[in-house]
Design a protein around this ligand. Sequence first.
Ligand code: C5P
Ligand code: MG
Length: 177
Amino acid sequence: MCFFFQKYGYTHLSAGELLRDERKNPDSQYGELIEKYIKDGKIVPVEITISLLRREMDQTMAANAQKNKFLIDGFPRNQDNLQGWNKTMDGKADVSFVLFFDCNNEICVERCLERGKSSGRSDDNRESLEKRIQTYLQSTKPIIDLYEEMGKVRKIDASKSVDEVFDEVVKIFDKEG
Ligand code: C5P
Ligand code: MG
């Protein structure tokens, strides 16, 4: 995502990645809880996720006040995430648009199983993936629909090749800035 920072000035933050880092931290009181949620494909309570996101955003801006544009990956994933965001960020952050990488379940599962050969992720296995799909359908899709109603969703056909998906993403950023 370094490319995106250089070209468009966004700092990439992945909610899932921040949670996985927090889980690894032996001083964290949330490690076990996070692991359980991730393995079950469930969405971690927003208090934890938003505090990790805020810490990263605050640190980034404290180091360089001009770094105030963020590409937040994998968030909000459910109603709890959205409420937590609104409560914490209302009046502090504008959401310009939502990138929706649209891809059918079969391809997603195939890709994650392939990734699972080397990712070491406890949720890149068939059982967890089934649960993640259920969570997506029940909890995440309705949030995308809400942003769709606000005219904020930019949809990408993510079933295509890496290069094609990348080109589509670049086109959107060129337009939206
Ligand atoms: O986005 P990613 O695939 O990295 O997310 C992996 C897992 O991290 C999710 O299935 C979920 O358990 C957890 N997560 C979460 N809340 C988020 C993002 C990820 O609980 N907003
Ligand atoms: Mg991710």
